[in-house]
Design a protein around this ligand. Structure first.
Ligand code: GLU
Ligand code: ZN
Length: 303
C-alpha cells in the first residue's frame, strides 16, 4: 500500500532566498536523518512560490551545497513554480466547495486589527480581481502531538483566522502549496524548523478539507541570533561557506543533540553522516523552539 512506502518519507523544503546557512543546514540534516534512520526516502522541494523573495542562483547553490555535505535526495527535486496547475486545481476545488472568499482588505487594515484577520469580507461576495482569497478553515485543533515536543498548544487566534491561500498579487500562499505538496508527494513525516510549529494544526485541517490524512510533524529548534531573530545571510555565525564541511556538519549535529564522538570527529562528511544515521534518535533533539547561536557548543572535537 502507498501509505507504507510513504510512512517514513521526509522532505527538505528550502526557500531559495539565499545560500544555505547554518539554520537551514540544521533543518536539512534533521529531516534527512529522521528519514534515513528509518530507511525512508528524503525528497528535496525548492519552495520558490514567492517569486519576489527568490534570489537568482540560490536554488542551484543550495543543491550543490547539499551534495557537498553528502545529503543526496531521492527522486528528482521539485520546484513549486513548476506546479502551478496542480495548485490551481486544488484552489478550484475549494472555490467550488465555497470554502474560500475574496478579500480586498489592505495590509494597513489588517495590521490595525493586531495582525489577525476579522472575516470582514466573508459575506461581501467579491469577485473583481485583484483579490486575496481566504479560507474558512473549519475545525482547526488547538493542540497536536509533535514528534519532538509532544503535546503542543496553539493560540486560538491562529486556529480561527481565515488566512489567505492566494495573495492579492496572484501568488498562491505558502500555507496552501506546502499542504498540497506534502500530500501529493506522500510525505509521512514533516521535520522542519520550529518557526512553523504554530502553523501545524492549520495544515492538518487543510489536509482534512482535501479529504486526506495529514503527515506527522516534528519541529527542530531554530538557530537565532537573539530571541525571535532568525539567522540571516548577514549573520556571520550563520555563514557556513568559510568553514570546513565536517566542522559545519558536526556543529549542526551537536545543535540537534547528537555531538559526534572523537573517533568520527573530523572525518569526511560521508563518515560523519553514516555515524549519524546509525545513531539518530529524535528523542535526543532539544525540546526548545529557539537556541541562541552565540551559546552554541562549538564544532571542536572532544579530546
Ligand atoms: N520553505 C520553508 C522555509 O524555508 C519551509 C516550509 C516547511 O518546511 O514546511 O522556511
Ligand atoms: Zn477582507
Amino acid at each position: 500500500m502507498t501509505i507504507d512506502v510513504a510512512r517514513f518519507r521526509g522532505r527538505f523544503a528550502p526557500s531559495p532566498s539565499g545560500p544555505l546557512h547554518f539554520g537551514s543546514l540544521v533543518a536539512a540534516v534533521g529531516s534527512y536523518l529522521q528519514a534515513k534512520s528509518q530507511a525512508g526516502e528524503w525528497l528535496l522541494r525548492i519552495e520558490d512560490i514567492d517569486t519576489s523573495r527568490v534570489q537568482p542562483g540560490a536554488a542551484d547553490h543550495i543543491l550543490r551545497t547539499l551534495e557537498q555535505f553528502g545529503l543526496y535526495w531521492d527522486q528528482t527535486e521539485t520546484y513549486q513554480t513548476q506546479r502551478l496547475a496542480l495548485y490551481q486545481s486544488y484552489f478550484d476545488q475549494l472555490r467550488q466547495q465555497q470554502k474560500i472568499y475574496g478579500c480586498d482588505c489592505n495590509r494597513a487594515r489588517i495590521q490595525s486589527l493586531g495582525g489577525y484577520y476579522d472575516q470582514h469580507c466573508q459575506l461581501r461576495d467579491l469577485h473583481n480581481e485583484p483579490l486575496a482569497w481566504r479560507l474558512i478553515p473549519g475545525q482547526v485543533a488547538d493542540t497536536f502531538d509533535d514528534l519532538v515536543f509532544g503535546d503542543v498548544k496553539i493560540p486560538a487566534a491562529i486556529c480561527q483566522e481565515h488566512y489567505s491561500i492566494k495573495r492579492r498579487d496572484g501568488l498562491f500562499a505558502y500555507q496552501l502549496v506546502v499542504v498540497i505538496d506534502d500530500l501529493q508527494q506522500q510525505i509521512g513525516q514533516v521535520i522542519r524548523g520550529a518557526d512553523l510549529l504554530e502553523m501545524t494544526t492549520r495544515q492538518q485541517a487543510l489536509c482534512a478539507l482535501f479529504g486526506q490524512q495529514a503527515p506527522s510533524y516534528g519541529h527542530l529548534p531554530l538557530a537565532v541570533t537573539a530571541p525571535g531573530q532568525k539567522l540571516s545571510k548577514q549573520n556571520h555565525a550563520a555563514d557556513i561557506s568559510n568553514q570546513p564541511l565536517s566542522a559545519s556538519l558536526q556543529a549542526a549535529l551537536t545543535f540537534l543533540g547528537h555531538p559526534p564522538p572523537a573517533d568520527v570527529c573530523g572525518a569526511p562528511v560521508i563518515e560523519i553522516l553514516q555515524w549519524a544515521v546509525a545513531n539518530w534518535q529524535l528523542s535526543l533533539v532539544p525540546k526548545t523552539t529557539e537556541v541562541q547561536l552565540s551559546s552554541l557548543p562549538g564544532s571542536a572535537c572532544p579530546r
